[in-house]
Design a protein around this ligand. Structure first.
Ligand SMILES: Cc1cc2nc3c(=O)[nH]c(=O)nc-3n(C[C@H](O)[C@H](O)[C@H](O)COP(=O)(O)OP(=O)(O)OC[C@H]3O[C@@H](n4cnc5c(N)ncnc54)[C@H](O)[C@@H]3O)c2cc1C
Length: 337
């Protein structure tokens, strides 16, 4: 039995899993899709706390998340671009100039980094595990998909737009499930679904049943707030600290960004750095092998981690080679087990 089961491998679930690694607890993340960040990818990836003044959970988490983000990204080797802007509010009254600093990231880089660091610190990730039901018995909660189950003492619902469905399965109806149709300039429209609390604030904390916690209704600044939410929730469990937690994640070597001398040094250590697989994005075989080692299970996973196959030719020249490398590496991993 696990101490904690987290439902959802988005930015919220992965941040919480990684933060809980600071404490003595066994943790599993169950994710409906075959990789993390399948939903959290769809955002503008701007980390900022602009014009938020109200005293809500939401504003506190967003402000703290934005403040701590760059140090956080640094220890996880997540690349970011910093920008800052000074401006005065448009007003008839003279107002002091404000300074808005924001940080732009690639959401894949952040969530993959969180998952890798959590995994390196002992968190178990189960994919293709769509939670369908729960069973409560003597202080343990069985979380079931259609073909698998895990048991835990505590369950944290981080299922994003499905967070409402999960909470409803648990008898919690204190939130609203919304659907909004957005029509773009070209008259194409899409339906945007989200979960909202009755007061518009984030839903972070204990659910209706013993052992259940919700982290849902994160709205439009969930990436910015996720680290602060994770820190506060993890602390609230009052678990003993671990002495062996390692917060540092090794950066991924991007061959194309190295100097000639650095490239030659790497090739002399590992000849797979000398084999360029994706010519458009200049990705080598060694980097693809490393992406598989870090969790990519398909060409899609490699594209998201390295951009390989996403260049001008859209994978025409490299896709079959990428597939072959992934297959070979996954077989090697199975043999090692
Ligand atoms: C257009 C847009 C732009 C945005 N821009 C920004 C921005 O610039 N900055 C910012 O900070 N925020 C931004 N956001 C908000 C941010 O993207 C979200 O708040 C954040 O992604 C929410 O993360 P999450 O982990 O809660 O949910 P999700 O990312 O939705 O993750 C939930 C996970 O749970 C899994 N799941 C669902 N149901 C089940 C189930 N039954 N069993 C198992 N797993 C399940 C899903 O597959 C998914 O992986 C934006 C959002 C949108 C829509």
């Amino acid at each position: 039995m696990y101490d904690i089961c987290i439902i959802g491998g988005g930015v919220a679930g992965c941040s919480i899993a990684r933060e809980l690694c600071r404490y003595q607890a066994s943790i599993v993340v169950v994710e409906a899709k075959s990789d993390v960040c399948e939903v959290s990818k769809g955002n503008c990836a701007v980390i900022e706390a602009d014009a938020i003044n109200e005293d809500t959970l939401k504003s506190r988490y967003i402000i703290l998340g934005a403040k701590t983000f760059r140090a956080y990204a640094g220890s996880l080797s997540v690349p970011f671009r910093a920008s800052s802007l000074s401006f005065s509010e448009p007003s008839h009254e003279p107002t002091p100039a404000r300074s808005l600093t924001s940080t732009v990231i690639n959401p894949y880089d952040l969530v993959f980094a969180l998952k890798e660091n959590a995994e390196a610190n002992g968190v178990n990730f189960l994919f293709d595990f769509e939670v369908k039901s729960f069973e409560f018995l003597d202080g343990s909660i069985t979380v079931r998909s259609s073909s698998d189950s895990v048991q835990a003492k505590v369950v944290i619902n981080c299922a994003g737009i499905n967070g409402g469905k999960i909470a409803r399965l648990l008898g919690d109806l204190t939130f609203l499930e919304r659907k909004q149709t957005v029509t773009q300039n070209n008259n194409l429209s899409y339906v945007y679904e989200y979960v909202e609390s009755t007061d518009g604030d984030y839903i972070v904390g204990k659910g209706k049943r013993e052992g259940i916690y919700n982290v849902i209704a994160l709205g439009t600044k969930g990436v910015t707030a996720s680290h602060a939410i994770a820190m506060s929730l993890a602390r609230s469990f009052n678990l003993p600290r671990r002495l062996d937690f390692n917060p540092v994640r090794k950066p991924i070597v991007r061959f194309k960004h190295l100097s000639i001398d650095e490239k030659n040094a790497l090739i002399s250590q590992n000849t797979a750095f000398g084999r360029v697989i994706c010519r458009c994005e200049f990705v080598t075989e060694a980097e693809i092998v490393e992406a598989v080692r870090r969790g990519a299970r398909s060409a899609d996973g490699v594209i998201k981690r390295l951009g390989a196959g996403s260049g001008k030719c859209k994978g025409y020249y490299c896709r079959s080679e990428i597939d072959k490398i992934i297959k070979r590496e996954l077989e090697r991993q199975k043999e090692d087990v």
